[in-house]
Write a protein that binds this ligand. Structure first.
Ligand SMILES: [Zn+2]
Length: 172
């Protein structure tokens, strides 16, 4: 839980009539990160839409799909999102009547106007979208790991004579 990112009733944002700002500094429950998530976000109630902007960054530890090694990966995003405020997704007509929406594409979500906006959930979703589909530790990736028993045999001294014989066969 990041302090200060408690859900806010959308009605409250509407009454405010101005953007709300949050400073993000802390660890998310749903996403384990090495460094605190840092950044800021802003939400503005514009009648039938909520405009959310944010810049976030953190470092997560991932497991490489190729070598199975752990590596650190920076997540950084600068996102803006329009959230439709209505009990159901907007109709064609409602979309056309909204200037804000006409200016942007990609209406991803809809929130009940009597409900809350959850800044922490938004932060989590944005960072989660930045996670790579395939984890790859980088150009220096050693590739698939040697099977553990083979690795032990390769480094253990003295060599088991049966393995030594096998090695002899493998070497040209
Ligand atoms: Zn790797």
């Amino acid at each position: 839980m990041i302090e200060g990112l408690e859900p806010v009733p959308l009605q409250e944002l509407r009454v405010l009539g101005a953007p709300s700002y949050w400073t993000v500094e802390g660890h998310l429950d749903q996403l384990t990160s090495l460094t605190p998530v840092r950044g800021q976000l802003k939400a503005e109630h514009r009648g039938n839409v909520l405009i959310v902007d944010g810049e976030l960054s953190t470092i997560v530890n991932l497991c490489c799909d190729h070598c199975l090694g752990q590596y650190n990966h920076q997540l950084r995003c600068s996102s803006s999102e329009l959230i439709w405020l209505g009990q159901s997704p907007p109709t064609e007509e409602e979309l056309q009547n909204s200037e804000d929406i006409a200016a942007m594409e990609g209406l991803a979500e809809c929130l009940d106007p009597r409900g809350d906006f959850d800044p922490q959930q938004w932060v989590f979703e944005q960072l989660n979208l930045q996670l790579p589909v395939v984890n790859h530790c980088g150009e220096h990736c050693p590739g698939p790991p040697i099977r553990p028993e083979a690795a032990v045999q390769a480094s253990a001294e003295p060599l088991d004579p049966r393995w030594a014989a096998l090695r002899g066969l493998q070497q040209p």
